[in-house]
Write a protein that binds this ligand. Structure first.
Ligand code: B12
Length: 486
């Protein structure tokens, strides 16, 4: 069988290794063959798909995130199936895993891999070749006699249990991204899942508190290979929770310290507040430049409701000061618009952000609005108020739900246009007063202009309707890292 691995465009020119598909490619056994089509970097992607899918005995494997990627994936798959009706089309990734019923309501998609692909794909290929029943493949969903069948027991293992990513099959120069971290930035993913169960995070739906890290020596080996063979000078760790284990963090930091690589990853405030001073020093010495933290809220009551493991607002401030002392920039993400009193939550969070900026102007701030994921807690409050996910892909890619996936227009029953506007206005003033360090294309004069124009509004708290700042940000094509990556 020929397997076409397809990464639909998530962000044009977002030059990052398509790790989901590389993870699958390494477990495809011969005599099957695979080829990767990456719409993020390849302008001929759609012609390539046409050519490759015309070959008989081909299966299309598509990785799908909600939002823009979904909006590209749906029409592409429909066109391909219309042209090549016998083409098998299988989807995987968080979105299809969580919303398998909506995906399978579309006749064009033959099946969904619900969790990790490595353990499932070899068995799936056997079934597609007729050597076993689909029902005997673990961790998939497919249609049978008009109903959706889900098989259980998706195997889960650390990535290091499988072969290395087949970088040698890619044009690695095309994936060396110029970012604020370095001239040749590559991305890596060194652990599966996350050990926590925050009730607003899609990772919990798939891994439910499981976290399987690659051992430190494995991570060091991969980073060394990227640095030595492919001249990486920066690494983004895309793990959901890179820093969950202090010992591993320190060992990796020590192992990569001499490579001259800058790096970034995602961590928890409570975990990293507990790290020893020596670990912070090792991390900083090894090139750690910034850490993304889920700070979530400036309201202790909301933090408790989010199952953040006892995190308090005061901890966010402590981490901000600690990170500053070590010269590692914190990037705090907040999730506004949760049930209860979202207006009060917003006011408290804005106040906290002002304090964080006062104490460490270098910290970065990212604002989201809570968008439900199907987990007990806030999701139940939403459904009780009438919230329901779309049941078809047409609805998912339609105008109403597209904004939802961007976490900007959440469609929760308690959200009001006034609150959405209030958050957007605050964000505009914040972005002008403190333009992100991660936007490489923003030159010094543009930054200075933004700061100057944003200063008065920030100083006086006059966030309402900052039309002049909105226009300037638009003119400068300001990039928001949470949507576009760095
Ligand atoms: C890199 C990344 C991006 C990149 C682009 C990724 C790309 N495909 O090109 C960018 C920055 C553009 C991005 C954007 C967004 N992202 Co994103 N992103 C990630 C991130 C950090 C890493 C993905 C990755 O490479 N993982 C490593 C690989 C090895 O794991 P994996 O993807 O899970 O793949 C395994 C399985 O899922 C499965 N699998 C995956 N695909 C397939 C396909 C087939 C056929 C099979 C068989 C199996 C399979 O097998 C793989 C190997 O085991 C994840 C979080 C994470 N740590 O995974 C979020 C994540 C996927 N993103 C998410 C979201 C929501 C978004 C946004 C929509 C959010 C926003 N802020 O607006 C935007 C979309 C905007 C846009 N322009 O598209 C969510 C998805 C949640 C959900 N409900 O589906 C995640 C999980 C983050 C989170 N914790 O919420 N993202």
């Amino acid at each position: 069988m020929n397997i076409v691995l397809y990464n639909p465009r998530a962000q044009r020119s977002h030059r990052r290794l398509p790790l989901s598909l590389l993870a699958l490619a390494r477990v495809i056994p011969s005599p099957h063959t695979w080829v990767l089509v990456d719409d993020n970097v390849d302008s001929t992607a759609s012609a390539d798909l046409d050519r490759l899918c015309a070959v008989t005995d081909t299966v299309l494997f598509v990785t799908v995130m909600p939002g823009p990627q979904l909006r590209v994936a749906v029409p592409a798959c429909r066109q391909l199936k219309a042209r090549f009706p016998s083409l098998g089309i299988w989807w995987g990734g968080y979105f299809p895993g969580i919303h398998a019923d909506a995906v399978l309501a579309d006749p064009v998609i033959d099946g969904v891999v619900l969790g990790l692909g490595e353990g499932t794909v070899p068995a799936l290929l056997e079934a597609l070749a007729g050597a076993r029943r689909l029902r005997d493949v673990p961790g998939i969903a497919f249609r049978e006699d008009g109903a959706v069948v889900r098989t259980v027991g998706a195997p889960i293992a650390a990535s290091s249990a499988f072969a290395d990513f087949p970088y040698e099959r890619l044009d690695m120069d095309r994936y060396a991204a110029r970012t604020w971290l370095g001239k040749r930035t590559y991305n890596h993913h060194s652990s599966v899942g996350c050990p926590y169960v925050c009730n607003f995070c899609a990772v919990v739906n798939v891994y439910n508190g499981r976290w399987l890290p690659d051992p430190a020596e494995h991570v060091v080996r991969v980073v060394t290979r990227l640095a030595r063979e492919y001249r990486a000078d920066a690494i983004e760790f895309h793990d959901n929770n890179y820093f969950a284990w202090e010992k591993r963090t320190k060992e990796v930091a020590e192992g990569i310290a001499d490579l001259g690589v800058s790096w970034w990853g995602e961590g928890r405030i409570d975990t990293m507040l507990g790290f020893a001073g020596a670990t912070w020093e090792s991390m900083a010495r090894s090139g750690l430049k910034m850490v993304f933290y889920g700070a979530e809220s400036g309201d202790d009551e909301v933090l408790a409701r989010m199952d953040k493991g006892g995190l308090r607002v005061a901890d966010i401030g402590s981490l901000n000061r600690l990170a500053r002392r070590h010269g590692v920039r914190p990037e705090f993400s907040f999730v506004l618009g949760t049930p209860g009193d979202p207006e009060r939550e917003a006011s408290r969070t804005f106040e906290l952000i002002r304090t964080l900026k006062r104490e460490n102007p270098d910290c970065e701030i990212i604002l989201y609005l809570y968008t439900p994921v199907p987990l007990p807690g806030m999701y139940d409050t939403a459904t009780a108020g009438g919230f329901a996910f779309p049941t078809t892909l047409d609805d998912w890619i339609g105008p109403v739900w597209s904004g939802f996936s961007h976490r900007r227009s959440p469609l929760t029953p308690w959200i009001t246009p006034g609150l959405i506007r209030r958050v957007a206005d605050f964000e505009t003033v914040l972005n002008a007063r403190f333009p992100t360090h991660t936007d490489m294309r923003l030159g010094a004069p543009s930054r200075a202009g933004l700061r100057a124009l944003g200063r008065l509004r920030w100083a006086t708290g006059a966030y309402r309707a900052p039309l002049e700042l909105k226009a300037l940000l638009k003119l400068l094509r300001y990039r928001q890292p949470e949507e576009m990556g760095f």
